[in-house]
Design a protein around this ligand. Sequence first.
Ligand SMILES: *[C@@H]1O[C@H](CO)[C@@H](O)[C@H](O)[C@H]1NC(C)=O
Ligand SMILES: *[C@@H]1O[C@H](CO)[C@@H](O)[C@H](O)[C@H]1NC(C)=O
Ligand SMILES: *[C@@H]1O[C@H](CO)[C@@H](O)[C@H](O)[C@H]1NC(C)=O
Ligand SMILES: *[C@@H]1O[C@H](CO)[C@@H](O)[C@H](O)[C@H]1NC(C)=O
Ligand SMILES: *[C@@H]1O[C@H](CO)[C@@H](O)[C@H](O)[C@H]1NC(C)=O
Ligand SMILES: *[C@@H]1O[C@H](CO)[C@@H](O)[C@H](O)[C@H]1NC(C)=O
Ligand SMILES: *[C@@H]1O[C@H](CO)[C@@H](O)[C@H](O)[C@H]1NC(C)=O
Ligand SMILES: *[C@@H]1O[C@H](CO)[C@@H](O)[C@H](O)[C@H]1NC(C)=O
Ligand SMILES: *[C@@H]1O[C@H](CO)[C@@H](O)[C@H](O)[C@H]1NC(C)=O
Length: 888
Amino acid sequence: MAVLFWLCLLLLIGFLSKSQCVVSQLQYQATLSAINKELGVPGWGANSSDYCSWPGLVCSSNNSMVVKLDLSHRELRGNATLISELKGLKWLDLSYNNFHGSIPSAFGNMSELEFLDLSLNKFEGSVPPELGGLRNLRSLNLSNNLLVGEIPDELKGLKKLQEFQISSNRLNGSIPFWVGNLTNLRVFTAYENFLGGRIPDNLGAVSELHLLNLHSNQLEGVIPKSIFALGKLEVLILTQNRLSGDIPEEIGNCTGLSSIRIGNNELLGMIPRAVGNISSLTYFEADDNSLSGEIVAEFAECSNLTLLNLASNGFTGTIPRELGRLLNLQELILSGNSLFGDIPEAILGCKNLNKLDLSNNRINGTIPVDICNMSRLQYLILGQNSIRGEIPRQIGSCGKLLELQMGSNYLTGTVPPEIGHIKNLQIALNLSFNHLHGTLPVELGKLDKLVSLDVSNNQLSGNIPPALKGMLSLIEVNFSNNLFTGPIPTFVPFQKSLNSSFVGNKGLCGEPLSSLCGNSYNPDHESHHKVSYRIILAVIGSGLTVFASVTIVVLLFMVREKQERTAKAAGIEEDVENNHPAIIAGNVFVENLRQAIDLEAVVKATMKDSNKLISGTFSTVYKAVMPSGMILAVKRLKSMDRTIIHHQHKMIRELERLSRLCHDNLERPIGFVIFEDVALLLHQHLPNGTLAQLLHESTKQPDYEPDWPTRLSIAIGVAEGLAFLHHVAIIHLDISSLNVLLDANFRPLVSEIEISKLLDPSKGTASISAVAGSFGYIPPEYAYTMQVTAPGNVYSYGVVLLEILTTRLPVDDAFGEGVDLVKWVHSAPSRGETPEQILDARLSTVSFGWRKEMLAALKVALLCTDNTSAKRPKMKQVVEMLQEIKQN
Ligand SMILES: *[C@@H]1O[C@H](CO)[C@@H](O)[C@H](O)[C@H]1NC(C)=O
Ligand SMILES: *[C@@H]1O[C@H](CO)[C@@H](O)[C@H](O)[C@H]1NC(C)=O
Ligand SMILES: *[C@@H]1O[C@H](CO)[C@@H](O)[C@H](O)[C@H]1NC(C)=O
Ligand SMILES: *[C@@H]1O[C@H](CO)[C@@H](O)[C@H](O)[C@H]1NC(C)=O
Ligand SMILES: *[C@@H]1O[C@H](CO)[C@@H](O)[C@H](O)[C@H]1NC(C)=O
Ligand SMILES: *[C@@H]1O[C@H](CO)[C@@H](O)[C@H](O)[C@H]1NC(C)=O
Ligand SMILES: *[C@@H]1O[C@H](CO)[C@@H](O)[C@H](O)[C@H]1NC(C)=O
Ligand SMILES: *[C@@H]1O[C@H](CO)[C@@H](O)[C@H](O)[C@H]1NC(C)=O
Ligand SMILES: *[C@@H]1O[C@H](CO)[C@@H](O)[C@H](O)[C@H]1NC(C)=O
């Protein structure tokens, strides 16, 4: 009897819960449809009866409750408030979208929520206090938005919070005390805000804090001991604040701490000897503070240490010999202190040392003869010290050296010819302000990668060897204030230098000095010059003629196009009204997309100006939403290229061929439509816009700035795409950052390839203006050859790479009249600017690693944009060079 009762009860419950289930399913369906109506989520609603199969949506397995919603990377905008009605939601990720306005306060009602990520949007206003109602929240990420105001105290209700990220906003006020009371907090990042006040002195006292990153704020006061209390800290980044006081002794309790970055503060006192206990330490950066005392030998206990940067402090004493035990050390940067004594022999034990910067100290020993035992040395920076003795001949075996700075010391003897063996030397060779004598060795001429040579202010004598003409990369020279005699060799970098590079040598004559040499030195000097001027003038003249005619043609086309556009604007109304564009031909090459693409909808989309995405040299791109929900990018070829309509069959064949070109970094056509006399090419729609937008538009509103690793991958991707094109013998007509599209993961795709094929001027289908490309990207030789070439593509690619490195436009009035980005960068040395002043400092100053990679990439960009097309590397080599930078 009892059994029967229970059975009935169970059945009843089952029935009830099932019907309840149906009700909630209908509710979910309604809510989700409303959300889709508001936000237009790609791929949603196609199969409305089964919302659990919609992309980004996860239902619980036993009923159809939505538990997880991942709508990141979808270009969404609109009112997200409705999402809060999905009551059972545990996981909500809306990161990487275009949401703006306030964060909906209704989100505070999603009481089941454990994970909330709203990062990388444009949310404005203050953080809604209602979020404090999310009692189950473990992870809250609001970083990279435009949030202002203080962190609301109501959030103290988030007792379960483990990860709390609010970095890169515009928050002010101070870090609330209750953050220190969150017992589960493991990750706290609030960097790049306007936070002031002190770091709460209970932070980390009750929770196992693993990562604390507060860099680039206005924090004051001391580094609280509490953050080291439980000993679990792994990463500590407090760079760029106004922190003062000592580094707490307790730091040594965190043996798992691998990265300590506390540079650019106002820290005082000695480095605690307890750092020797931090066995995991790999990165210690405390430059630009007021630290003092000796450099503690205990660093030698941190066997994994790869970087030690104590530059610009008040350290005294000698360099501890014990540091020589650091076999993993790659960078030792002690510049700008008051260190004295020898460069200890023992330091040569750092077999992996890549950068040794001891400049601006009072080092008064000699240079160890076997310095090159550190065979990986790339930067040897010893300038502004009191180093005595000779430059050891063995320096020639530092085969990897890129930069050698020994200026302003007391070096004696001669310049060893062996320096000429350092084939990789490229950034600078500086021996200025020493007591060197004798002649300059002709071997220096072998340094064909060297950009800057400074031997000024010594007692060097004899001729400037003509062999120095072998220094093909030279931009900056200084021979001033020596005892040089004879004529200055005829060599462009010399004559292009200021005369201040040669003054103070009584016996020196010839350009750029005003003292002319007697005929006995160089009889054909003058006439030679006249000839070369004549050649140059002729070249410039013909270039101008061609350029002028190109300009006229372009202008004519522009005028014609404008007239046509006006005419067309009047016609559009009719087109839309009679609703049936006359499609002449059209096809979708990709079998499984045929269902989803409606050619008529494609044509109509291009008639609405609001759909316009980009206007390029040869085409305008429109966004077209298909009735199926699929989004396409439709490229409408500009009227001047109408000739291709008359070559329809050929064009279709080319397009089909191109659609089969398979490379991850090329944007392939997936179909085409020809209607009236207009050709439309269909492509996948890529949500992240163009590289030009990423680089030049995000800077105006500092919401999301692409970091260096992202930029380097983009640079490599573009290079790979172009290398592949060249491999299949296709030359691109219009390489520019506007023609590099980015997919959801910032993978670059080179576009406008079909244009290159359809308008190949050698096939006679192109108008003359086609070879012009985009202003600022056109290699100099195009002006007179009128022929697109692979080296020309390399040049244009180099301009794109310079844009990536400098975040500057290829042409900008700021560079001065007639100066474009390429000229501006190439002439930096003559303006007395170092490569580092050209790079986007917001990136190059983030870390030593980034700066190093950026300098290396700059070198590649300089090679690519060489005036002489024959000197430019092949696209394939560019890929290899960049990949090597990434791997190192
Ligand atoms: C819609 O869902 C049903 C059932 O889950 C499935 O059989 C059908 O293939 C789906 N249709 C589409 C277009 O996805
Ligand atoms: C569904 O499973 C969850 C756990 O995964 C449980 O909490 C919930 O009660 C279940 N619901 C039903 C209707 O069985
Ligand atoms: C968003 O929608 C909700 C209702 O769903 C409404 O109350 C709110 O005012 C809307 N917000 C904006 C900014 O339009
Ligand atoms: C949150 O839920 C409560 C109770 O259901 C309701 O009264 C309130 O209006 C909701 N808040 C928002 C902002 O939707
Ligand atoms: C936001 O923060 C959470 C928690 O730390 C993290 O898991 C997530 O990856 C972050 N989101 C982004 C886009 O970085
Ligand atoms: C933090 O916790 C301590 C000890 O539990 C308590 O006394 C204090 O009031 C709390 N502070 C805040 C701001 O919640
Ligand atoms: C933490 O560091 C301090 C100062 O070095 C020391 O006195 C204390 O014993 C350490 N605590 C632990 C748990 O190691
Ligand atoms: C040093 O680094 C290696 C490799 O990452 C790691 O296995 C080792 O445990 C580290 N040593 C210490 C003392 O942390
Ligand atoms: C180097 O300088 C230190 C401190 O000024 C001085 O004591 C020492 O004698 C000097 N050494 C040499 C070799 O000149």
